[in-house]
Design a protein around this ligand. Structure first.
Ligand code: ASC
Length: 147
């Protein structure tokens, strides 16, 4: 019984390790995944910016829906920057400065959550300010880690 249990425990642990590491079968799959997630976020981000710019009227519900999309997806792209997934847009610093890249993505996640919180006030000025802060975190990451 003891042996059986430890065998099962070991099997479960190794499965967990495998799924964490082998999330993507091919580097192209990881690249497609992170680009897709960032594309969806950029679209939601642009929809809020259109309100900020007055291109479309401010709509509190739409702002909240779009901010929720961004906040929900914000944590996802970063695990898809594993070793061997460099492409034309990635700077080597993503891997040589992994701690900096992590800190940069953490700032993005925090700003995405702050934007969602701001949209819940229904106040256009607060949304605009939080949107600007989020845009700043996009830019600092792009400057440091994107070609
Ligand atoms: C986007 C997008 C970016 C960022 C950046 C924010 O929607 O595609 O690269 O926002 O412009 O500073």
């Amino acid at each position: 019984m003891k042996i059986k249990q430890s065998f099962i425990t070991a099997a479960v642990l190794s499965m967990a390790a495998f799924s964490a590491q082998a999330q993507f079968a091919k580097p192209e799959d990881a690249i497609k995944y992170r680009q897709s997630v960032l594309t969806v976020q950029a679209r939601a981000f642009g929809a809020i910016n259109a309100m900020n710019q007055g291109t479309v009227p401010f709509n509190a519900t739409a702002a909240q829906t779009n901010a929720h999309i961004i906040a929900t997806l914000a944590t996802l792209p970063w695990t898809a920057f594993g070793a061997g997934t460099e492409n034309a847009k990635t700077k080597p610093e993503i891997w040589s400065d992994a701690a900096g890249f992590k800190a940069s993505s953490d700032k993005y996640v925090a700003a995405a959550n702050a934007l969602e919180t701001a949209t819940k006030t229904g106040n256009a000025d607060q949304v605009k300010t939080a949107w600007g802060a989020l845009a700043g975190t996009c830019k600092q990451c792009h400057d440091a880690y994107r070609k």
